[in-house]
Design a protein around this ligand. Structure first.
Ligand code: GLA
Length: 367
C-alpha cells in the first residue's frame, strides 16, 4: 500500500503563557525542529509504531479504541482514536517516527508528534489541508491529548503547529469561538533572532502535577469573580479576590493577555525594544505571580539579558524546559557563551541552544 510521509514542527510561544485554558491570547510560532512520520496503511487492523527515539508499540485498532497504548504511544493512538471518533475510516497501519524536537523541553514534542500523525493520516484519507481542514485536525490532536492521554492542556500547541507559516507568528484568541490572525515577525531584516535555550530540566504536564494545579486555581479565581473564565477580568477586579494565591494567579493571566496584545502591536511596528521589555515582564510574572519557573529558567533568562538580549522569558508550561531570548544576531554567540558559563558556575549541566526563525507548519511530504 502507498506510504504517506508527513512532518510537523515543535513550537515556541513568543508570549501568552498559561492563557489558552483561560480563554486568553497567545502568540506562538513554529520551530525548525520537527517530527517526521511515515505511514503505511495495513488491511489487517494491526497498528505497529516504531519511534527512533522512544521505542516500539504493537497492537490493533481494537487496542487503540480500548485505550491500551500508554506513554509516548498514547499520543499517536489518541490521534487514530480521535480521527475515527470524528467519523473517518482510520486504517490499521505501520508508523515509523523520528524527531529532532527534544522531549519534555517545553517545545511541544507531543503536539509535533500528534500533528505529524494527523497530517499523514489526512494525506491517506484525502482530507483537506486548508485552514478549516487544519483546524479540524488540531481539534482531533487536542482531543487525543486531553481525552486519550489525559493531559489537561489548553490547545495552544496543536493550533500552533498546524497553523504556523514561515516568517510569522500566529496570534490565537481562545475566547469562544477561537480565532487566529497571522503576525509577521520581520526578525532577520532587523538583525535579530530568537535564541531558544533548553535548560535540560525536564517537565511533565500530567494530571495531578503543577500544571493541573495552576489550571484549577485559575478556574477557582474565575468562579470567585463570577466569570466563566479569566478573560473578561480586569486588573481592578482582582481586589475582590481575597485569597492571595488566587489573586496572584489571576494577575498573571490578566497582565499576560495585555502583554500579548502589546507585543503583537510592537512587532508589527518594528519596535523590538518594546517587544523585549514585554518578554522580560512576562518572565517576572511567571516567576513571581504564577510561580512556574525554576532556578535554571530564571538564570538563563537573566543571563541572556546581561549579555545583550533585548528581553528573555521562559516558554511553554514551565517547571523546567526552555527559555527564549530576543537577541541581536551579532550578540547571539556572546549570549550563548554567557549562559553556558553561568550554568557551569552554578553547577548546572550545559544547556542546548537553537537560534531560530519562525518556520513552516505541519505538512505532507509526499504530495
Ligand atoms: C503547555 C500546554 C499549553 C499551554 C502552555 C502554557 O505547553 O500544552 O496548552 O497551556 O503549556 O502556556
Amino acid at each position: 500500500m502507498a506510504t504517506h510521509l508527513a512532518s510537523a514542527p515543535g513550537r515556541v510561544n513568543l508570549i501568552g503563557e498559561h492563557t489558552d485554558y483561560n480563554g486568553g491570547l497567545c502568540l506562538p510560532f513554529a520551530l525548525p525542529l520537527e517530527t517526521t512520520v511515515e505511514l503505511t496503511p495495513r488491511p489487517d487492523g494491526e497498528v505497529h509504531l516504531r519511534s527512533a527515539e522512544a521505542g516500539r508499540w504493537d497492537g490493533t485498532l481494537d487496542d487503540v479504541r480500548a485505550g491500551a497504548a500508554t506513554g509516548w504511544a498514547a499520543y499517536v493512538a489518541g490521534v487514530l482514536w480521535a480521527l475515527a471518533e470524528a467519523g473517518h475510516p482510520v486504517p490499521g497501519c505501520d508508523l515509523r517516527i523520528s524527531s529532532t524536537v527534544p522531549l519534555g523541553a517545553g517545545l511541544s514534542s507531543s503536539a509535533s508528534l500528534e500533528a505529524a500523525v494527523a497530517v499523514a493520516l489526512a494525506d491517506h484519507l484525502g482530507l483537506p489541508l486548508d485552514d478549516a481542514g487544519r483546524r479540524s485536525l488540531a481539534t482531533a490532536c487536542i482531543r487525543a491529548e486531553t481525552e486519550y492521554v489525559g493531559a489537561p492542556t489548553g490547545g495552544l500547541d496543536q493550533l500552533a503547529v498546524l497553523l504556523a507559516e514561515e516568517g510569522t507568528a500566529v496570534l490565537i484568541d481562545f475566547e469562544e469561538p477561537t480565532t487566529t490572525r497571522r503576525v509577521p515577525l520581520a526578525l532577520p531584516g532587523a538583525g535579530l533572532g530568537i535564541l531558544v535555550t533548553d535548560t535540560g530540566v525536564r517537565h511533565q504536564l500530567a494530571a495531578g502535577g503543577g500544571y493541573a494545579e495552576r489550571r484549577a486555581q485559575c478556574e477557582a479565581a474565575a468562579r470567585a469573580l463570577g466569570r466563566p473564565t479569566l478573560r473578561p477580568v480586569e486588573i481592578g477586579d482582582l481586589d475582590r479576590l481575597y485569597d492571595p494565591v488566587l489573586r496572584r494567579r489571576a494577575r498573571h493571566v490578566v497582565t499576560e493577555n495585555a502583554r500579548v496584545t502589546a507585543v503583537a502591536a510592537a512587532a508589527g511596528a518594528g519596535d523590538w525594544t518594546r517587544v523585549g521589555a514585554h518578554l522580560t515582564a512576562s518572565h517576572a510574572s511567571l516567576r513571581d505571580d504564577f510561580e512556574v519557573t525554576v532556578p535554571a529558567l530564571d538564570l538563563a533568562a537573566a543571563t541572556a539579558e546581561e549579555h545583550g538580549a533585548l528581553g528573555a522569558r521562559m516558554t511553554g508550561g514551565g517547571f523546567g524546559g526552555s527559555t527564549l531570548a530576543l537577541v541581536p544576531l551579532a550578540r547571539a554567540d556572546a549570549v550563548r557563551a554567557g549562559i553556558d558559563e553561568a550554568f557551569t558556575r552554578h553547577g548546572l549541566p550545559r544547556p542546548t541552544h537553537h537560534l531560530v526563525e519562525p518556520s513552516a507548519g505541519a505538512r505532507p511530504l509526499s504530495r
